[in-house]
Design a protein. Structure first.
Length: 394
């Protein structure tokens, strides 16, 4: 039987006091306290050597730790974490490998323990996950196959006006192609932002955005906005996430989280100064920050410039000879025959669309080589009647 676990110190003190009276034998005392004679003799010997300190429980942890992280390395980890406040152990380890012998660098678990011990990691509350829709899924196989673009949520800068950062990234290499600060998210500001990026990096095959203005329009065929028709003119096909499904552009949203954390303590007084902060983040993100999806390489190391160059001149397009060519008027409709109208979209006003008959009065309507939708000619019965394009699933 062992000591009473609820009052070990009191039991030991009572044992010694009764032993000091010399009225009890050690055997009798051990029997009364329910311990062996060996334990009793050890307690007496320890009391004679240490005094009352022997009553207290002592830590059994070793005095020396041969595998403990050296203080210099620990200080280096803390310094890097304070410089890159939103980087985890895996990325910090890659930076350490550039300066310290790889054999001396601790594991990711140890780095996390060091950060937690020094109050540099905040415990996050876990949230229950929600299963979202899986389609459409945009997973590029090569650089410049799909770029993603979005406006980071607006925030107020020092002059009292709102800053809207337009961000464009390559979905494969995660390279930030551009961050442009605008006072307002308009068609002209996005277009100019795209042009400057296209001139530097070339053209992608697809440009992935959400459905918000000016990127897309839920009411238009294929969700195409005015900006989308301009993108098709230069040779880029717009694609969209499902409404209310930002997780379908998760790579871009993850970058926005890092951008927000970086800019939160760096709010400047003017838009030009805020642009300098964005440029600093862009350099850090593409040249210094290692990415797990890239096997801890940087986006700049992985990315290659697009072979498709941006043309400053409008690219002419000729529809096949069997197409019926229609011009979209200012109200978004195109004249069909002498007495009828086909409503396309106000976003396409001023442009020419082509209609191809596929049989039984059904016509597919294209803008250049992009299918917008279809309509049934048999629905046009009365004079000056118009018909809307039926949407297609893509």
């Amino acid at each position: 039987m062992s000591w009473n676990k609820k009052s070990v110190m009191e039991q030991k003190e009572m044992f010694i006091k009764m032993w000091e009276t010399e009225k009890y034998t050690t055997t009798a005392l051990c029997k009364r306290f329910g311990i062996s004679r060996v334990t009793g003799h050890k307690l007496i010997k320890k009391y004679q050597e240490e005094g009352e300190e022997s009553f207290f429980l002592k830590s059994k942890s070793p005095k020396t730790l041969p595998h403990k992280t050296p203080k210099k390395i620990e200080e280096k980890i803390i310094k890097l974490r304070k410089k890159y406040k939103n980087w985890g152990a895996r990325k910090l380890k890659v930076l350490l490998e550039r300066e310290i012998d790889i054999k001396k660098i601790p594991s990711e678990t140890t780095i996390n323990a060091i950060l937690k011990r020094n109050g540099l990691i905040k415990t996050r509350r876990r949230r229950m996950g929600k299963e979202g829709r899986l389609n459409p899924k945009f997973d590029p196989k090569e650089n410049n196959e799909i770029w993603s673009a979005d406006y980071k949520g607006k925030f107020k800068i020092g002059n009292g006006r709102y800053c809207n950062p337009l961000t464009v990234c390559d979905s494969k290499s995660r390279l930030i192609l551009g961050i442009k600060c605008h006072y307002k998210a308009t068609y002209s500001s996005v277009k100019q932002g795209y042009i400057s990026i296209f001139r530097e990096y070339g053209l992608p095959e697809y440009l992935h955005t959400d459905n918000g203005n000016p990127f897309g329009s839920i009411k238009s065929p294929r969700r195409f906005s005015r900006l989308c028709y301009w993108l098709i003119d230069v040779g880029v096909l717009p694609v969209f996430s499902d409404p209310g499904c930002p997780q379908q552009n998760g790579r871009h949203e993850r970058m926005h989280r890092d951008l927000k954390a970086y800019c939160k303590p760096r709010i400047m007084s003017t838009l030009s100064k805020q642009q300098e902060v964005m440029d600093e983040f862009k350099v850090e993100y593409k040249e210094i920050r290692p990415h797990e999806s890239l096997k801890m390489k940087t986006p700049e190391f992985v990315h290659e410039k697009s072979k498709r160059e941006y043309s400053e001149r409008k690219i002419l397009y000729e529809y096949p000879i069997d197409y019926k060519i229609m011009k979209v008027t200012i109200n978004g409709s195109a004249r069909w025959g002498a007495y009828h109208w086909v409503y396309v979209s106000r976003a396409a006003r001023g442009r020419y669309v082509g209609a191809e008959e596929i049989g039984n009065g059904i016509w597919n309507v294209y803008y250049r080589d992009v299918l917008l939708g279809y309509f049934d000619e048999k629905e046009l019965i009365r004079d000056e009647q118009y018909v809307k394009l039926s949407r297609i699933k893509v």
